[in-house]
Structure formats: structure tokens, C-alpha cells
Design a protein around this ligand. Structure first.
Ligand SMILES: Cc1cc2nc3c(=O)[nH]c(=O)nc-3n(C[C@H](O)[C@H](O)[C@H](O)COP(=O)(O)O)c2cc1C
Ligand code: SF4
Ligand code: SF4
Ligand code: SF4
Ligand code: FES
Length: 596
């Protein structure tokens, strides 16, 4: 009988750092030690702790091993599995206390999380439908088809208060109701798995770790709105998610859970994948539909909304991956249960991709209403290298940068908007004292500029002008008139762009200007970059009193800008220096000063 399960993360992050090789080694050692009858190795989806991957978890004692290499497999089998002694050096080390944590239950990273959309990620084998079924999989579909009318199911979703997780937060039940009421012989359910925000990987992780949860929910949606066809629009850059979806769809068909006469009922539903080429704008629902139809991925004016006129002019319900991943638990546990989690207007949980200058980079799911402080400092383990928190960007390129004063604010759709940011799809990028907010705005604008489809002038031309002004600022060439223009033009672009991309593209500028105005003024009036990031505003010099003449800087300077003799103070020649910062990194005596 199997009494120990070794779960090995099979998510993209861990796979990229040899998780597959770790798993092969574990399987081979189990065979060698004649343990195949009692120990089983399973591939799972992402545990959310990607920064410390590859992750290996032992069940039932919940031991959580991080950064496991193929060479560590022997210790796990010989020490932990055979002798019952945990391999101390592979346990997670708390960044604050520096203590090793014995299992995932005691890790702060998981303590405040509530996993609804991610309920099966890191638990089931995504390529094994039986494991999904063993965790109540396809029970919601069975219940829907056997005891509820489509209107009753839609009502449950409405009552639950679930709002779209793709960005705008539109009530899901209401969207289903609208599409269900449109008369048509052909309708479609579309799952938006485009996920173009920089740093975001919530949807990819759900599809890689639990593809059936989305397939089952799409079938339920099809039943509600009267559609027999589902389409998943997924970027071709997600090969693992695509592969697992294809396996899952095939398995569901074999089990009679997709196709004709599902679970013996008079209901037909099947799913096809449509591949995107990785354009951010194709995540916008009208551009997505254009792209699926084989046209250029450009947004079109709404109304009509896809619910009335979508894929090939048929009524089409578009929902995000995470939205779908919430559906089955709502059906099984009830609208009231879901409604009891979260804040007054934002129900349930939200998945966030934590990134940037934070100790625990990864994927988390928390109840709506959790504060940013809890997310960043308790779950995220605080700022890397003990640096000072400066800002957190939520909502990706459409969102804004919040400051310390927002840290105790409960996260929900409305409060984030009130604070000048937005929920977006769940990207959360943390910045520390070394980040320059003008440079950050420029970074996001570079992204939107690249991703703009070019259909309308405010976004295509206006964003370019914004970028030029920001570029001048980072070089110390901008005037106060330019700053005025920057803000004025930002508002014009927001008001006149055709789609959400342009309408939100100036948000990073506007929010950083509101919260860090002094940094903009510093760049414009004093030609100074407080964070020391804008190279053109920096000067590297050597403090003669501190310099011991070790020559490390001289030897490493790529352009020969440093002169000096051994054991004597060195000198930087400003006319040659390209401000690369290498000398600053190499000097062990704190003799290099970089000042703005
Ligand atoms: C520029 C832009 C990009 C978007 N990208 C995505 C995306 O990658 N995934 C997504 O689900 N929604 C994205 N959206 C939102 C979709 O247009 C749409 O509102 C969403 O898919 C609806 O699903 P939901 O109601 O479940 O959130 C994007 C919107 C804009 C304006
Ligand atoms: S706002 Fe930008 S992305 Fe949207 S239609 Fe206009 S040019 Fe294209
Ligand atoms: S690395 Fe530092 S101490 Fe050594 S020569 Fe350069 S400035 Fe002086
Ligand atoms: S900043 Fe770079 S180029 Fe300038 S002196 Fe130092 S190493 Fe040389
Ligand atoms: S990919 Fe392994 S923990 Fe995220």
C-alpha cells in the first residue's frame, strides 16, 4: 500500500530548474531501494513558491523541500523516506528568523492564503483526470446537469458575487445571464488565457496545474448560456499549459464529460484551443475575437459587446481563466459560502503573482480584503536584502504605483481604484528605495508602446510623445513645461483612446506623479535622480580618503576610465566614464561614490 507520496512540482518555473531530472532520480532510487509498493512520486502543478524551486513536498507530513537538485534526491530517499529524518538543509529558511521551517503548514507564505482557484495546484497530477475526480472534480457539472436549470445555475453565480478576474471585475453571473438571453442558434464560451501583463503567470499556473477545473467550468457556462462550443484562446508561448490542456480535453472526452450526451444528459459541449502569438492587446476581448477569427488582433468599438455579437457575430461569453477556476467550488459549496469570503463588493479570493524586490517571489491566493502589508510582509517575507519598501505596482501596465500609506488598505476592486491603481489581472510588483519612479513609468510606457496595435492616434502617437518626455527627464533634459505637457497629454490619451490599453496606459505616470511628485520635480528642476537609477544623472567619483589603491576598479572598468597606481588613491575620468556602475560594485572599501 502507498503510504508516502512525493510530490514534485511540474510547473514551468521548476521545470526550468531541473524538476524533471529531480523526479527521474527520485523514481529511479525508489526502484533501486524496492520502495515502489509504498512510495509514489507524482508530478503536480505549481506550489506558488517558484523562486525557491524545484519544490518537492512529502505527504502526509507536508515536508516542503526547496531548491532541490537531482543530487539531493538520494538524501531525500535515504534520509527522509527510509530513516525518517528530514533533510534539514533543503527545508525552507525563513528570511526574517533565518530558521528552517519543518513543513508547509508552518510557513508564513501559506498561513494567510486561501486557495480556491488554486485548490488543486500542487496537489493533483494535472495529466490524470482520476486525481481531479478524486477531489470532487466533475461533481459540479454532474449536479448542474441533473438538478438545476440553466437559469438556476446563473442565479447561483450571480448570488455568489463572483466578478471577472481578467481585470475589469464585471459580475460573472450577470454576463452569463446577458448572453443566455440573446436568441441565437449558435453561441460560444471563450476562455481568455492570453495573459499578457509583464510578470503575470496566474492563468498559466492554473492551466498547467489544474486544467480540468477550467474545462468543467466552461461546460457549466455552456449549459447556462446555451452554447455547445468552447474556445480557449491561449498564447503559443505557454507550451506546457497547452500540452496539459490537450491531454485533459482528450481525457474528458473519453470519460464522456465533453462531447455529446454528457453524463447521460441531452447536453453537448466540446472545447477547441485557439493560439495567440503573444500580443498584449489580444487579451482585450474584441481583439481576441478578431484574432480567433483569423484577422489582425485589433480591438473594435463596443457596443455591441461580445455577449450580443462576438465570435463570427454569434453571442459569445468571454471569461478569464481564474474566473472559470472559481465556478465549480461555488456550485458545490454554495453562493453563500463564496459570498461570505472577501469584502462588501469584492467576493472570494484573488490570485496574485508577487514579483520584484520581495523575498518570496511567487504565486499566492488570498481572500479579498487582505491588506497589502500582509501580502508583502507576511506572505511575501518583506523586502529583499533588508531594503526599504518604496512602492507596489498593482494592475500591470494599466495599473498604478501605491505607497506606504496604502499598505494597510484592504485589497479589493474599489479601494484599489480609489487609491489610483486597479486590481487588473493580479500582477503585483514590489519596489524598494533603489527604484526610480520616473524610470518605472518609462518602463511601463515602453511596454504599452510596443504592444499598442496602432489603430487609434491617441494611443499610437500620444504614448510615443509621453515616452519622449520621460526619456528627456531621465537624461536631465526636460523642463517644467514638459512636465505639464506629460500630465495634460496623459489625461487626453485616457479620454480619447479606443480600447482599454490606451485608456489605461498613462496610469503608471499619473499614479507615480500623484505619489512621487518630488521625484519628477527632482529630475526636471534639479536634474537629480534620488534613487540613483538614471545613469545620465549620475556621477561616479572616488573618495581619496577611503581608496586603498587595490586596483580592482581600474582592472574592471570596461572603458579604461580609471587611473591610479597600486596602494595610491585612484581617479575616475568623467569624460571617459560611461556610468556602467561596475567600479561601484567591485570596490570592497566603499570608496566609490555615485551621486546624482
Ligand atoms: C489591453 C487589455 C488586455 C487584456 N488582457 C486580458 C488577459 O490577458 N486576460 C483576460 O482574462 N482579460 C484580459 N483583458 C480583459 C478582457 O477584455 C475581458 O474583460 C476579460 O477577459 C473578461 O473576463 P472576466 O469577466 O472573467 O474578467 C484585457 C483587457 C485589455 C483592455
Ligand atoms: S488604444 Fe491602442 S491598443 Fe487600443 S485600439 Fe487604440 S491603438 Fe490599438
Ligand atoms: S576598488 Fe576601491 S579601493 Fe580599490 S582602487 Fe578602486 S576605489 Fe580604490
Ligand atoms: S562607472 Fe563604469 S565606466 Fe565609469 S569608471 Fe566606473 S567602471 Fe568605469
Ligand atoms: S513552478 Fe514550481 S513552485 Fe511554481
Amino acid at each position: 500500500m502507498i503510504h508516502t507520496h512525493i510530490l514534485v512540482c511540474g510547473g514551468t518555473g521548476c521545470r526550468a530548474s531541473q524538476a524533471k531530472e529531480v523526479q527521474e532520480e527520485l523514481v529511479s532510487l525508489i526502484k533501486d531501494k524496492f520502495l515502489t509498493e509504498s512510495v509514489q512520486v507524482t508530478t503536480t502543478g505549481c506550489f506558488g513558491f517558484c523562486e525557491k524551486g524545484p519544490i518537492v513536498k512529502i505527504i502526509p507530513d507536508q515536508t516542503f523541500y526547496t531548491q532541490v537538485t537531482p543530487e539531493d534526491a538520494r538524501d531525500i530517499i535515504e534520509e527522509h523516506i527510509i530513516k525518517g529524518r528530514k533533510v534539514e538543509r533543503l527545508l525552507y529558511e525563513d528570511p526574517k528568523t533565518k530558521k528552517r521551517i519543518s513543513d508547509s503548514i508552518h510557513m508564513n507564505f501559506y498561513k494567510k492564503q486561501l486557495r480556491i482557484a488554486l485548490r488543486n495546484c500542487g496537489i493533483v497530477d494535472p495529466e490524470n483526470i482520476d486525481e481531479y475526480i478524486a477531489r470532487d472534480g466533475y461533481q459540479a457539472l454532474g449536479r448542474v446537469l441533473s438538478i438545476y436549470t440553466p437559469a438556476e445555475v446563473t442565479d447561483i453565480i450571480k448570488q455568489s458575487g463572483l466578478r471577472g478576474r481578467g481585470g475589469a471585475g464585471f459580475p460573472t453571473g450577470m454576463k452569463w445571464e446577458i448572453t443566455s438571453k440573446v436568441e441565437a442558434t449558435q453561441k460560444y464560451v471563450v476562455c481568455n488565457a492570453d495573459e499578457g501583463d509583464p510578470g503575470a503567470f496566474m492563468d498559466r499556473s492554473i492551466l498547467e496545474g489544474d486544467p480540468h477545473s477550467v474545462i468543467e467550468a466552461m461546460a457549466i457556462c455552456g449549459y447556462c448560456i446555451g452554447a455547445n462550443k468552447g474556445l480557449i484562446y491561449i498564447r503559443a508561448e505557454y507550451p506546457l499549459a497547452i500540452g496539459r490542456l490537450l491531454v485533459a480535453i482528450e481525457q474528458a472526452r473519453k470519460y464522456g464529460l465533453l462531447g455529446r450526451g454528457i453524463l447521460g444528459n441531452d447536453f453537448e459541449f466540446d472545447i477547441e484551443l485557439k493560439y495567440g502569438a503573444g500580443a498584449f492587446v489580444c487579451g482585450e476581448e474584441t481583439a481576441l475575437i478578431q484574432s480567433m477569427e483569423g484577422r489582425r488582433g485589433e480591438p473594435v468599438i463596443k457596443p455591441p459587446f461580445p455577449a450580443e455579437k462576438g465570435y463570427f457575430d454569434c453571442p459569445t461569453n468571454v471569461n478569464n481563466v481564474e474566473t472559470f477556476a472559481n465556478i465549480c467550488p461555488i456550485i458545490l459549496k454554495g453562493a453563500e459560502w463564496f459570498n461570505s469570503i472577501g469584502t462588501e463588493k469584492s467576493k472570494g479570493t484573488k490570485v496574485f503573482a508577487l514579483a520584484g524586490k520581495i523575498n518570496n517571489v511567487g504565486l499566492i491566493e488570498v481572500p479579498m480584503g487582505t491588506t497589502l502589508r500582509e501580502v508583502i510582509f507576511d506572505i511575501g517575507g518583506g523586502i529583499k536584502g533588508g531594503k526599504k519598501f518604496k512602492s507596489v505596482q498593482t494592475g500591470g501596465p494599466s495599473g498604478g504605483c501605491l505607497t506606504e500609506s496604502s499598505l494597510d488598505m484592504p485589497i479589493d476592486y474599489e479601494t484599489l481604484l480609489d487609491e489610483g491603481s486597479m486590481m487588473g489581472s493580479g500582477g503585483m510588483i514590489v519596489m524598494d528605495e533603489d527604484d526610480c519612479m520616473v524610470a518605472i513609468s518609462k518602463f511601463y510606457l515602453e511596454f504599452t508602446l510596443d504592444e499598442s496595435c496602432g489603430k487609434c492616434a491617441p494611443c499610437r502617437i500620444g504614448n510615443k510623445r509621453l515616452w519622449e518626455i520621460l526619456n528627456k527627464m531621465t537624461k536631465g533634459e526636460a523642463t517644467e513645461k514638459d512636465l505639464e505637457k506629460l500630465i495634460d497629454l496623459s489625461h487626453t490619451i485616457k479620454d480619447t483612446s479606443l480600447c482599454g490599453l490606451g485608456q489605461t496606459s498613462p496610469n503608471p505616470i499619473l499614479s507615480t506623479f500623484k505619489n512621487f511628485k518630488h521625484e519628477y520635480l527632482g529630475h526636471v528642476r534639479d536634474k537629480q535622480c534620488e534613487a540613483g537609477q538614471c545613469k545620465d544623472l549620475l556621477h561616479y567619483t572616488i573618495d581619496a580618503k577611503m581608496c586603498v589603491g587595490c586596483t580592482a576598479c581600474l582592472r574592471n572598468c570596461p572603458v579604461g576610465a580609471i587611473s591610479g597606481e597600486k596602494k595610491k588613491p585612484h581617479l575616475i575620468h568623467q569624460d571617459i566614464c560611461i556610468k556602467c556602475g561596475i567600479c561601484y560594485e567591485k570596490c570592497k572599501f566603499n570608496a566609490i561614490l555615485h551621486q546624482s
